[in-house]
Ligand binder design. Structure first.
Ligand code: KG4
Ligand code: ZN
Length: 338
């Protein structure tokens, strides 16, 4: 009997039904991009209210599409951490209600573990132990996974997440939201060697990231230093596709270098990559090249499982097999994971 998974950590309301062989019987995602684009970022209160409106239609569509009734489920799983507090609450309340009404076990899923587990769903075989790189709008973290539920934090961003940097640079370049795909599109027409943007912690053993200096360097490249040039107009002669391409190269090189540093430090020969930024073509190519050079087994979540979805909540099967069930006292653990 399959598991129903619910995802509402940020601005996607999603549900899926997945069987014990990790086959997807149904998956439904209601995105909110249109609601947030005029603010150039996710507005937490708008996101939470939109989840409230969408959660029941999404659940109904998912159950109908799989032709499954509540009685036929093994458990109800929900991502309860990390994320936006009120967004998480909507998914959690829905999951608890269904678990109580249908008298089914409840399973708590960690959204970051789920992003890495997307690799296992795609591979249809175990991808653990591994180094896991999660690159999303809220997180840029490296973990050492001994098993799917055994995670040790190796390092992470000390300021912006990689996706956040893409979104802010998109804003700076006058592109829309979400910024990642827009920057990547513009970058395709640019010279990625035109600017040599800074790459933090590159010569240090620490497995941390910082993208705020890079973001500022992009601002200076486009508008000049504060106080010198009109910040509303790009400097004459600046070709924005070159800025986008050089920025994208810098972010991708930072992510790839640190991931392979983590591979060397842990002695693990397998790398799994998930999260919205992992949909980036340049990052995927660079990771693949380096993995071939260094003979590392590489798994990158397929693009449709990179951005937020409920299919990756299939990690609930690991909790189920480990006998890890939650009670109806389960709470959200919002915020970022550090
Ligand atoms: O994993 P995700 O859907 O949500 C979070 O858990 O945060 O990631 C969303 C992030 C956004 O910042 C978006 O700009 C970025 O992933 N993103 C990309 C691409 N597609 C999405 N960044 C770079 N290149 C892309 N193709
Ligand atoms: Zn995510």
């Amino acid at each position: 009997m399959p598991i129903l998974t619910i995802e509402s950590t940020c601005d996607e309301t999603a549900a899926a039904i997945i069987d014990s062989e990790l086959r997807v019987l149904a998956s439904c995602i209601a995105t909110q991009e249109k609601l947030h684009e005029k603010y150039l970022g996710v507005v937490p209160e708008i996101a939470a209210r939109a989840h409230v409106e969408r959660i029941i239609p999404v659940l109904e569509a998912t159950l109908n599409s799989a032709k499954i009734s509540g009685a036929q489920l093994t458990a109800i799983a929900v991502a309860n951490t990390p994320g936006l507090a009120n967004s998480l609450l909507v998914g959690l309340v829905a999951a608890k209600t269904l678990a109580w009404v249908w008298q089914k076990p409840l399973i708590a899923v960690n959204h970051l573990d789920a992003h890495v587990y997307a690799c296992q769903i795609a591979a249809q075989k175990s991808v653990f132990p591994c180094v896991g790189l999660v690159v999303s709008g809220g997180h840029t973290h490296l973990f050492h996974y001994r098993g799917p539920l055994e995670r040790q934090l190796l390092g992470g961003t000390i300021d912006d997440a990689a996706g956040e940097a893409f979104d802010k640079v998109a804003n700076l370049l006058g592109l829309g939201f979400p910024g990642g795909p827009a920057v990547a599109k513009l970058a395709a027409h640019g010279n990625d060697r035109k600017f040599d943007f800074p790459k933090s912690f590159q010569r240090e053993p620490r497995l941390d990231f910082s993208f705020s200096g890079l973001k500022t360097a992009v601002r200076y490249a486009v508008y000049g230093h504060a106080g010198r040039v009109d910040p509303a107009h790009p400097l004459p002669g600046v070709h924005l596709p070159d800025v986008a391409a050089s920025f994208e190269r810098a972010v991708c090189e930072i992510l790839v270098d640190k991931s392979f540093q983590a591979i060397r430090q842990t002695g693990t020969k397998r790398l799994c990559v998930g999260g919205g930024v992992a949909a980036n073509r340049h990052l995927r190519d660079l990771l693949t090249q380096r993995a071939n050079q260094e003979q590392v087994e590489l798994h990158i979540a397929p693009p449709e499982l990179c951005t937020d979805n409920a299919v990756m909540g299939a990690i609930a099967w690991e909790h189920c097999r480990a006998g890890q069930f939650a009670t109806l006292n389960l709470d959200i653990v919002p915020g970022l994971m550090r």
